[in-house]
Each structure stands twice: as C-alpha cells, then as structure tokens.
Design a binder for this molecule. Structure first.
Ligand code: ATP
Ligand code: MG
Length: 330
C-alpha cells in the first residue's frame, strides 16, 4: 500500500453557465519517503489536485468521482472535524504563493506557534521550542523568530513557510510551486533544503511545479499533467530522458538545460484546451505536431511503454517522434 493513492479522480468547478473540467481521471500514488512531482503548464490542474488531497477545494469545486486514500483511509467526504487530524498533522501544505501570504502584522514565530497550538495542546514555551527547532531545520536563525515577514527576503520567507509545514512533523508535505518567483540560486537552495529535510525526517514530498528542471532535480517519480489529464507518468529520469508522449517531449524541450536536447527543438505553441467541455479526443491534439484524425475521436488511455505510462495513440512511434521533436525540419 502506498502512502497516498489518488485513484481515477475527476474534479469540476461549477460556474454559472458551464462546468470547468479541471481534473479528469487522474491517478497516481506516492510511497512512503518518496519525492513525487506533478508537472505541467499553467492551468493543467496541479493546484486543484493538491487542494483536493487536502480537502481545501474552492467552494465551487467538486470531486465528481474517484478516491483519494492516505495511509489506507479514504479522504473524500471526510468530515471537517476528521480533516483537522489529517491536515497539517499528517499532510501539510506549502500553498502556491505562500511566502506572500504570511500575516504582515504578526511575527513569523507567532504564526508558526499559532499553527502548532491550533492542533496540539502544548504550552507556549513548548511551542516556541518547536518553532526554534523548525527554524534551524530550514536554515533560519532561531534568533529571528520575533521578526516580521517584511524583514525577510523572498527566499527566507519561503523557508518560513516550509518551517510552518514541518511544525507538526507530517508524513507528507505538499509544496505547490515552492520556488516560483525566486531567483535561480535561491531556488536551488530551497530545493536542496527540501531534499535535506525530506531525507532527515523520512517524510514524503509532493512537489508541484511547471519547471521540468526542478522536478528532474528533485523527484523520483513524476506525473506530467495537461488539460487535467495525466499525459505521462513514471520514473523521472526515464520520463525526461526518453519521453514517450509528445506533450512531455515539448515540455522537456521548453527547459533545454535539463539535458542534451538541442535548443531549437519543438516548442508547444497554442494554449490549453477548452475545459468547459468534457474532453473527448486527446486533450493535447490541437497542439500536437503528430496528431491524426484518430486523436480527435478517442482519448488515448494510459498504456505502458518502456516502463512508463503514456497517454498517446502512437507510443509505439515514440523514438521516431522524439527524433522529429528534436529537429522539426526532418
Ligand atoms: P498554475 O500553474 O497557473 O498554478 P494549475 O496547474 O495549478 O495552474 P489549477 O489552478 O488547478 O491549475 O486550475 C485548473 C483549471 O481550473 C484552470 O482552468 C483554472 O482556471 C480552473 N479553476 C481553478 N480554480 C477555479 C475555480 N475556483 N473556479 C473555476 N475554475 C477554476
Ligand atoms: Mg497552481
């Protein structure tokens, strides 16, 4: 049994005229102690998945079907009371843009202490000890717990949000775009810190990002999302060394530093599909350089190819597509 099992989950947002089909039949699982990546461009459904796992979907969001189990326990339809023992205690969260949403009028130490005391019946002194401990874990000076958010740089504020996520010693940390908006050197430091902590505490990490480079550096396994669908899934090295899905090929090429791929490789022009319609054919077909009529008729199921799962009707031509994707002139 995996620690987290997301199974065939469908999530829609109700809108006045039409529903938005944000997540469509997504499945993945995370083992204890593993680092798992969810990667995809803006609007692909990454944060929606994260929020569903935490029971924090927006009010108009609804899990239509599927199951989300944590440590064997079904999380969908958990009562708000039961959520309290799961959220932060077992699964904690570094929300997207967390570093910008710290309370400006409260010291960072008090914010973390408050989070601890909401869940644990401990004295202020004991909570303060834990605050100092998690400060040290994330590489912040415990003497600065009395400072306000504006007294920290962006990278340091992000360390504060990581410290907050660690405070109750969770088994799974979900980090939604934890390095976005930080400069590259700071990004690397944050990722190194997350990995160091993850190794030390033995917790699992679900890392959400649009940056293939970050996933490649950090995660053992990955799901590539597009239009609310898993396009490719498997071991990160395999998926980005030899992608078998045209979308992952394009996504990887957008981050040429990931490896030897050449830079004039295909990009993926165009924008996300209209999510107000339930997808029928392949969600990527309008942008896919290899799409055929068949792609408009049936959505390709995830099938295993070379050890990874890929949703494409033409995975048997993956080698050929990769060659062409590298050099669109041929
Ligand atoms: P980003 O990289 O920009 O954070 P994402 O992959 O996290 O994107 P989501 O935020 O999960 O994407 O959004 C998936 C889709 O659902 C998008 O089309 C988005 O506009 C839509 N969406 C998100 N929240 C709502 C909401 N509350 N109501 C309606 N639509 C929503
Ligand atoms: Mg998001």
């Amino acid at each position: 049994m995996s620690l987290l099992e997301v199974d065939d989950v469908k999530i829609t947002y109700r809108m006045p005229n039409r529903d938005v089909h944000a997540v469509n039949n997504v499945s993945f699982s995370i083992d204890e102690g593993d680092n798992y990546g969810l990667v995809g461009e803006s609007g692909s459904g990454k944060s929606t998945v994260a929020k569903a796992v935490l029971g924090l979907l927006d009010d108009n969001g609804e899990i239509r079907s599927g199951s989300i189990r944590f440590d064997g326990r079904e999380l969908i339809d958990l009562s708000e009371r039961d959520w309290r023992s799961v959220r932060w205690e077992e699964i904690s969260y570094i929300p997207q843009s967390a570093m910008d949403s710290l309370d400006p009028v409260m010291t960072v130490g008090a914010q973390i202490r408050q989070a601890i005391r909401k869940h644990r019946n401990v004295s202020k002194a004991t909570a303060n000890e834990r605050v100092a401990e998690v400060f040290e874990m994330v590489g912040l000076d415990p003497a600065r717990t009395g400072d306000y958010p504006h007294q920290f740089s962006g990278g340091m504020r992000q360390r504060v949000t990581i410290a907050m996520a660690l405070a109750l010693d969770p088994d799974l940390i979900i980090a939604d775009e934890p390095t976005t908006g930080l400069d590259v050197i700071v990004q690397d430091k944050i990722i190194d810190k997350l990995l160091e902590i993850q190794e030390k505490t033995g917790s699992s990490l679900l890392l959400i990002t649009h940056d293939v480079g970050v996933v490649a550096e950090t995660c053992d396994e990955v799901s590539v999302l597009y239009g609310g669908k898993v396009m490719e899934q498997g071991n990160t090295d395999e998926v980005f060394r030899a992608p078998t899905n045209p979308y992952s090929m394009g996504l990887k090429n957008a981050f040429p530093e990931v490896d030897e791929f050449d830079e004039q490789a295909i990009s993926i022009p165009g924008s996300l599909p209209d999510l107000t319609r339930e997808p029928t054919g392949c969600v990527f077909r309008n942008r896919c350089p290899f799409a055929t009529e068949e792609c408009g008729e049936r959505h390709p199921p995830l099938v295993e190819t070379d050890g990874q799962l890929s949703a494409c009707h033409y995975t048997d031509r993956a080698d050929e597509m990769r060659e062409q994707a590298k050099d669109p002139e041929t």
